[in-house]
Design a binder for this molecule. Structure first.
Ligand code: AKG
Length: 278
């Protein structure tokens, strides 16, 4: 893929922290103008009645005034496409997949008052699509999310939260799914412009919003390039969306087996280059 921009290798600190915790925070990797555009676009969608949502935008969960989950945000406004290929985010994703990744789906959550995301996932029981591993210093996470906070968000605002290290846990989590029931849960505090990259294998959810302040967050989920929507929503990138994206972004969304071809690295560098040089 010679026309793709260069992608940097992981730093030692990123590798160490991702392996140790199951997540890493990349500081200030998204420009302020991109964050502002996303806030404006989402505020417009949040104000629409459900029947007037943009074409192909669907509800990922029942909708309440204080809790709105929009799937298919890439179809909602062109500004969201700038989150597809944030270079520092792709550097981590490429290292976790041998370069053979795709954007699997993208969504947003806007929440206030008592909202929270219940805890889910963890190293055990095994979920085949998301199992985390590390072999001879090479990380492996076939399903990895980038969380982009669009507004300042602390623990009392219900920020993203995870149990560090639980992506490697050999035992099921012995507590319920409410954040308050899980003593080792930690808030993962990030600002607009930052990206939290986490393995879907880590036990994660959010803190409880007790401040009543608005929390607005984007989620871009990357998988192996041959994995169709892994979730229950059967999401597909629409042909309209694909048609308006430049080739370099279309390639990141493409399902690699659609043409019957063997998967190839999206970014042929580092671990990916080594894997294909046979
Ligand atoms: O940020 C949150 O509220 C948690 C989101 C989450 O659990 C997920 O996207 O899988």
């Amino acid at each position: 893929m010679t026309d793709q921009p260069a992608i940097r290798p992981l730093t030692d600190a990123e590798r160490y922290l991702f392996d140790l915790q199951g997540f890493v925070i990349l500081r200030q990797v998204v420009p302020a103008a991109q964050i502002a555009a996303a806030n404006t676009a989402l505020a417009k969608i949040e104000a629409l009645p459900t029947e007037s949502l943009p074409k192909n935008v669907t509800l990922g969960a029942p909708r309440f005034p204080h809790d709105q989950y929009f799937s298919g945000v890439l179809d909602a406004d062109p500004c969201f496409a700038d989150f597809i290929d944030v270079p520092d985010v792709l550097a981590v994703i490429a290292a976790l997949t041998g370069g053979m990744f795709r954007l699997n789906h993208a969504y947003s959550i806007t929440r206030s008052t008592t909202g929270y995301t219940g805890l889910h996932m963890g190293g055990t029981p095994l979920v085949h699509q998301t199992h985390y591993g590390c072999v001879n210093g090479q990380l492996y996470s076939p399903l990895t999310k980038a969380v982009f906070p669009l507004l300042p968000c602390g623990p009392e605002d219900g920020c993203f939260a995870a149990i560090p290290g639980s992506h490697k846990s050999n035992f099921p989590r012995p507590w319920g799914n409410h954040p308050h029931e899980n003593p080792p849960l930690v808030p993962v505090i990030a600002d607009p412009g930052d990206a939290i990259i986490f393995s879907e294998a880590v036990a994660h959810g959010s803190m409880v919003n007790t401040s009543g302040r608005l929390r607005r967050t984007l989620y871009f989920c990357y998988s192996h390039s041959w994995m169709a929507d892994w979730g229950s929503q059967n999401q597909r990138f629409t042909s309209e969306l694909m048609a308006r994206l430049p080739e370099r972004r279309r390639r990141i969304l493409a399902l690699s087996d659609a043409s019957g071809a063997a998967p190839a690295p999206v970014y042929a560098q580092g671990a990916a280059a080594a894997m294909t040089a046979r």
